[in-house]
Design a protein around this ligand. Structure first.
Ligand code: BGC
Length: 415
């Protein structure tokens, strides 16, 4: 006989199981990591769009930029034989799941809506597997941005930095003015986001050789030593409480003037806009000095798992995500730019228009590269190896020369 406690547990387990299976065939259960204010606002645009089409929403949020925690949660769900219907996913993670043969096929909706003609090749590289559409790209973010509080910049001389030296002088001036120059959260993916920009600032060829081609000479050479020296300079510009801080709390420090700037992907702009700030008046967006004309990108894509029921809802979601009107409305709020080349920029603000123009320019001049920090340069094992070395160096474990050598070793071991 079951004890009363045992019975209670059984009953509550049954209630939980019932709650977990209330998704109907016309619902989508969506695993994502959009949990900050700006991200949630953007997600609402999607939820409302779907609800207008009779597609219900079951939320499965797993916080953490770069999606590492979300991917761990996903693995557990799939292993338990209970994959969510739709999953936010980045770059090489999409390829990995496609190789496992567990993703649904979106060819019909892609053909009906002409995705081949409007999605840039750099994104199709991740949205297609063996010639089949397996993901719907909702946006393009880029990681080599700096977001500066306008009053703090004015107090530091007023000129947006264009070179590394100017950047350091502005940060020094901010320090003298009594604010934290660089708002940062000490989490591996955030350290790696800074690293993306600093590596790119050493030139397109160097970014390609080190982050895309994983050439040991570039990974361990003099330019990489300089990258780590610059990372150490950035480390000297953060406050004492940076460790573990979430990225959106770092954005809040720039928003409220406690800090001068944040070096972060344009999801940070979603936070600035959500707080009611206006580009050029309240904040300034620039490309990380030395990376003007180039872009390290990542694209959030929705991958549909091959599940027994809910195929129609999946197709409806994929069609919604790729609708030009939706791509404009969503990306204006999210801070990203559309994943289609035919969406007008009318509704975007100054930084959004700049983001779209920069992406087009980088795409045409050979300056467009996948972000290492956000899973578009190399598979997860290599990305994680880079994270480890970058974070260990940021926290003072290695000198610059040692860090460059560690990077060579760690990447080689992960390949
Ligand atoms: C995603 C963004 C997200 C950011 C922070 C990135 O990896 O591509 O959509 O806003 O992480 O959570």
């Amino acid at each position: 006989m079951k004890s009363v406690r045992g019975l209670k547990l059984t009953v509550s387990a049954a209630i939980m199981a019932a709650a977990a299976t209330t998704a109907t065939a016309s619902d989508v259960e969506v695993l994502h990591w959009w949990t900050s204010g700006g991200e949630a606002a953007a997600l609402n645009v999607l939820k409302e769009d779907l609800s207008g089409k009779g597609v219900g929403w079951q939320d499965m949020p797993v916080a953490g930029g770069g999606g590492e925690a979300a991917m761990t949660a996903l693995r557990a769900r799939v292993t338990a034989g209970n994959a969510p219907t739709a999953v936010q996913m980045l770059g090489f993670d999409i390829k990995d799941w496609a190789n496992e043969g567990v993703l649904g096929n979106l060819n019909d909706v892609a053909a009906a809506e002409g995705w081949d003609d409007v999605v840039p090749a750099a994104l199709q590289e991740f949205s297609k597997h063996d010639g089949n559409w397996i993901a719907a790209p909702v946006n393009v973010h880029s990681t080599n941005w700096v977001w500066i509080n306008k009053s703090a910049l004015d107090a530091a001389g007023g000129k947006a930095p264009e070179t590394w030296e100017e950047m350091v002088s502005v940060m020094e001036a901010m320090k003298e003015n009594g604010i934290t120059p660089l708002a940062h959260g000490g989490q591996a993916w955030q350290d790696a986001t800074l690293f993306d920009a600093v590596v790119l600032s050493m030139g397109n060829d160097f970014y390609k050789a080190s982050m895309i081609d994983l050439d040991p000479e570039a990974l361990g050479g003099e330019q990489m030593v300089e990258v780590f020296n610059r990372m150490a300079t950035l480390r000297s510009m953060v406050d004492d409480n940076f460790s573990g801080r979430d990225w959106n709390l770092a954005s809040a420090m720039v928003i409220n003037g406690e800090a001068g700037m944040q070096m972060m992907g344009d999801w940070a702009k979603g936070e600035f806009l959500k707080a009611g700030l206006t580009a050029e008046e309240d904040f300034v967006c620039i490309r990380f000095p030395g990376t003007q004309g180039s872009v390290t990108f990542n694209s959030d894509q929705f991958v549909m798992f091959d599940i027994e029921e809910g195929g129609d809802a999946q197709q409806a979601m994929a069609a919604s995500v790729m609708d030009p009107g939706f791509q404009s409305a969503f990306n204006v709020v999210k801070g990203s730019v559309p994943a289609r080349t035919d969406v007008p920029n009318d509704d975007f603000g100054y930084c959004g228009k700049k983001g779209m123009a920069d992406l087009a320019e980088a795409g045409s001049n050979g300056g467009l590269f996948g972000s290492m920090a956000h899973g578009h340069a190399a598979p997860a094992a290599v990305k994680n190896a880079v994270y480890d070395v970058v974070t260990a160096h940021f926290n003072g474990e290695f000198e610059a020369e040692e860090a460059a050598q560690e990077l060579v070793n760690a990447v080689e071991a992960a390949m």
